[in-house]
Ligand binder design. Structure first.
Ligand code: MTE
Ligand code: MO
Length: 424
């Protein structure tokens, strides 16, 4: 077993996490006031906020979280990308409950910054092997029949830094390139009916309106199956970071294909071999060849508490929390181990358990100060079982970056603090 950081050479925990390193530790919680209550506010006293009128209804025309939740934010890792415009940040999974990611906390990944798209000037153009090449306004899209679906979006690079050993000491940094919202929009099969697809059309090239002009090829079967153009998330307009005013939704498939600020769909009869599916988002194997078009995100899970940011604060009964998901369908079962994979217990799944959607699980356990090696293992409705990193590396070798869905291990120490470690 090696500890985080050991294989990362000069990468110290401090430099990786900066100010965020202490979050979740006893010291940080103390300084945030979370542990040391003011006795004057406690029963049977009248708390200081009780005798006075509170803020009025106009204080926050658009509501924001309590100031005591200000540590619940997206975070980025400085050395991961060259600039903020071509960068990524991470969802604070360890601070969320249920299975919905709040819009302001959805991780962001963009290759050319967030464009400011005026919805009045927004257009979606359809061209290529169709009977009628059409250009839709946003209002046109909103006149189509509507579909509402919860789906996770995971970047294929999620956990990519962990292939060769535990590096980033946090649930947020090792698993946070995933979010899960309810999308409202139009099924692409309905748009296809409107434009009429020629029989020889077998691929669609989806192109973004950002400065990266990011594009991907998608097989027509997937387009007709469950892809959609979304114009809302969690009930409100898409956030600019997530592709306002419209993005492609490709359920269960790698996040890179979910083209944001979508401006064009071209129907063709071959893949377009775009940068993002040749140079990037391919998996380099041991023999020097790269796997291409590895679209589906296989079953994966993470324990969100305890985790490096969520130390155990007391002995006795604890409630372990986690999230599981699969790009192949519904989560069927999640098992949890507290001893590094020797013994497993089945966790409770909190419904609704939906297709290609995050599923919350919990498991109560007793803790009396002993060291734990906490793992979770997801199984989906196809029978697929989340692999160990050893099993994954046997097939994939050591060159991979993308598609790491291996079981992770959190080591809980006697003082309740938690580290990301590599077993095996
Ligand atoms: N137009 C455009 N679409 C894009 C990107 C981009 O840079 N430009 N990034 C892709 C990548 S790599 C991912 S993982 C997802 C991230 O979606 P999010 O920002 O909503 O998390 O968007 C994808 N769609
Ligand atoms: Mo991505």
């Amino acid at each position: 077993m090696t500890k985080k950081g050991q294989q990362a050479g000069s990468l110290s925990r401090r430099s990786l996490l900066g100010g965020a390193a202490a979050i979740g530790t006893t010291a940080a919680l103390k300084s945030a006031g979370a542990l040391e209550a003011n006795p004057a506010n406690l029963p049977p006293n009248v708390s200081e906020w009780t005798p006075y009128l509170g803020a009025g209804v106009d204080a926050n025309p658009y509501g924001v979280p309590s100031e005591f939740e200000s540590h619940v934010v997206r975070r980025s890792v400085e050395w991961l990308t060259a600039s903020t415009e071509s960068s990524v940040n991470f969802t604070p999974l360890q601070d969320l409950e249920g299975f919905v990611t709040p819009n302001g906390l959805c991780f962001e990944r963009h290759h050319g910054g967030v464009p400011e798209v005026n919805p009045v000037d927004y257009r979606l153009m359809i061209n290529g092997l169709v009977d009628r090449e059409l250009i839709f306004t946003l209002d046109d899209l909103k006149r189509f029949p509507q579909t509402n679906r919860f789906h996770f979006l995971e970047c294929a690079a999620n956990g990519g830094m962990e292939w060769r050993g535990a590096q980033l000491n946090g649930c947020q940094y090792t698993f946070g390139m995933v979010h899960n919202v309810q999308y409202t929009g139009v099924k692409l099969s309905d748009i296809c009916r409107e434009v009429g697809i020629k029989p020889e059309a077998s691929w669609v090239m989806a192109e973004g309106g950002d400065s990266a002009g990011m594009n991907r090829s998608i097989p027509i079967e997937k387009i007709l199956d469950d892809c959609m153009i979304a114009y809302a998330m969690n009930g409100e307009a898409l956030r600019p970071e997530q592709g306002y005013p419209a993005r492609l939704v490709v359920p269960g498939w790698e996040g890179n294909m979910w083209v944001k600020w979508i401006r064009r769909l071209e129907f063709g009869d071959m893949p377009y071999m775009a940068r993002e599916e040749t140079s990037k988002y391919t998996d380099l194997m041991e023999d020097g060849k790269a796997r291409m078009f590895t679209w589906v995100m296989d079953a994966k899970s993470v324990v969100t508490s305890p985790c490096p940011e969520k130390a155990l604060m007391s002995k006795g009964t604890q409630l372990l929390r986690g999230l599981a998901w699969s790009g192949r369908g519904k989560i069927d079962r999640v098992d949890v181990s507290l001893d590094g994979g020797k013994n497993w217990q089945t966790a409770e799944l909190h419904g609704p358990v939906m297709d290609k959607c995050l599923t919350r699980f919990t498991l109560p356990f007793e803790w009396n100060g002993e060291e734990l090696l906490v793992q979770s293992r997801a199984m989906d409705e196809t029978g697929y079982v989340q692999p160990t990193i050893g099993e994954l590396q046997k097939v994939r070798g050591l060159n991979s970056i993308y598609h790491n869905n291996a079981i992770a291990t959190w080591q809980v120490h006697a003082d309740g603090s938690v580290d990301n470690v590599r077993l095996g």
